[in-house]
Design a protein around this ligand. Structure first.
Ligand code: AMP
Length: 303
C-alpha cells in the first residue's frame, strides 16, 4: 500500500499568472522541466508517462485540460470524465510536482469552438498527409485542435521535454512533426502503451463500456497480434485487413472504422511489410464508444 502521508501533493495551479510565477522560480533555480499533457481521469498509462518524465527532468508538471477544440460537436466532450480530486491523489502517489488545470476561458478567452466549427482564432493546421487519414477521416479538425492546445501548453509551460503516449500513435506522429517543422526547442519522448492484463489498452473511455463490451474489447489487441504474425507468414496485408475487420464485426463490434498497416514514421501506406518496421493501427466502435489501438513492429523483430 502506498503511504500518502509522506508525499507532498503537487501544487494545483489554475491560473496562467500562477503558472508563469512557478515557471520563473524553477528557471531561477536552474531546474529542468518536463510537461505531461493530459485530459485528466488519470490511469496507470498516464502515471507511467509522469514516471518517464521524472527520469529526464528535475520537475514534472501535468496539465489537465479537456480541450473542446479537439472534440467534434457530436462527440463526448460533455460526458468526458472529469475527476480532478482523484487525479490529485494519483499524482501525489507518483510525486508529480505540479498540476496545471486551467479554466477553458483562460485558454480560449475570445471564443470556445469545437473541432468541426470555424474558429476565428489562430490555430495550428498539421499537414493534410498526416490528418486526412486514419482517425482524421472521421474527426475533422481534431488534430488541428490537438496541435493547437499542445503548442499553447508548450508556450505556457516552456518545458525542455514533453512525454506523450504511443497509444495515440497518429497524435504522436503529428506532434513530432510539429516540433521538427516548427523548430520547437523541446524534446518529445514516447511512452509505450499501458495495457490491462487482458491486453486492452488503458483509456479513460473504457469506462463507457458495458460489461459485455468490456469483455469483447481486448479482441482489438488480439487482432493486431494475429495480423502481425500472419504478415510474417506472407499473407497479403489487404486480405488480412479484410478478414479481421469481418472477424471483429462478427464477434460484436458495431463498426470498424479502419484497420491499417503503415510506415511508423510517415504513416504512409505500405505495399510490402516484409523487411521494414511498420505499425498496425485500428479504430473500432463498441456501441457509442470509439476505441483506438496500435502495435508497432520493429524491423529488428522481423529478422
Ligand atoms: P489523454 O488524457 O487520453 O488525452 O492522454 C494523455 C496522454 O496520455 C497522451 O499522451 C496519451 O497518448 C497518453 N496515454 C493515454 N492512454 C495511454 C496508455 N494506455 N498508455 C500510454 N499512454 C497513454
Amino acid at each position: 500500500m502506498v503511504v500518502l502521508s509522506n508525499l507532498l501533493p503537487p501544487s494545483l495551479i489554475t491560473s496562467i499568472d500562477a503558472l508563469r510565477q512557478l515557471r520563473q522560480q524553477w528557471q531561477q533555480e536552474g531546474l529542468s522541466v518536463a510537461l505531461v499533457p493530459t485530459m485528466g481521469n488519470l490511469h496507470q498509462g498516464h502515471l507511467a508517462l509522469v514516471e518517464q518524465a521524472q527520469r529526464h527532468a528535475d520537475r514534472v508538471i501535468v496539465s489537465i485540460f479537456v480541450n473542446p477544440r479537439q472534440f467534434g460537436q457530436h462527440e463526448d466532450f460533455d460526458r468526458y470524465p472529469r475527476t480532478l480530486a482523484n487525479d490529485q491523489v494519483a499524482l501525489t502517489t507518483v510525486g508529480a510536482d505540479a498540476i496545471f488545470a486551467p479554466d477553458v476561458h483562460d485558454i480560449y478567452p475570445d471564443q470556445v469552438t469545437k473541432a468541426d466549427e470555424v474558429t476565428q482564432n489562430f490555430s495550428i493546421v498539421p499537414p493534410a498527409r498526416l490528418t486526412d487519414t486514419l482517425c482524421g477521416m472521421k474527426r475533422p479538425g481534431h488534430f488541428a485542435g490537438v496541435a493547437t492546445i499542445v503548442l499553447k501548453l508548450f508556450n505556457l509551460v516552456q518545458p525542455q521535454l514533453a512525454v506523450f503516449g504511443q497509444k495515440d500513435y497518429q497524435q504522436l506522429t503529428i506532434l513530432r512533426t510539429m516540433v521538427a517543422d516548427l523548430n520547437l526547442p523541446i524534446t518529445l519522448l514516447a511512452a509505450p502503451t499501458a495495457r490491462a492484463s487482458d491486453g486492452l489498452a488503458l483509456s479513460s473511455r473504457n469506462q463507457y463500456l458495458t460489461d459485455a463490451q468490456r469483455s469483447l474489447a481486448p479482441m482489438l489487441y488480439w487482432v493486431m497480434n494475429q495480423i502481425s504474425e500472419q504478415l510474417h507468414l506472407n499473407h497479403s496485408p489487404q486480405a488480412l485487413i479484410a478478414h479481421y475487420t469481418q472477424h471483429l464485426l462478427d464477434h460484436g463490434f458495431d463498426q470498424v472504422e479502419y484497420i491499417a498497416i503503415r510506415d511508423p514514421i510517415t504513416l504512409a501506406e505500405l505495399e510490402k511489410v516484409d523487411s521494414v518496421s511498420y505499425v498496425i493501427l485500428v479504430a473500432a466502435h463498441l456501441g457509442n464508444t470509439r476505441l483506438i489501438d496500435n502495435l508497432v513492429v520493429e524491423a529488428s523483430r522481423l529478422a
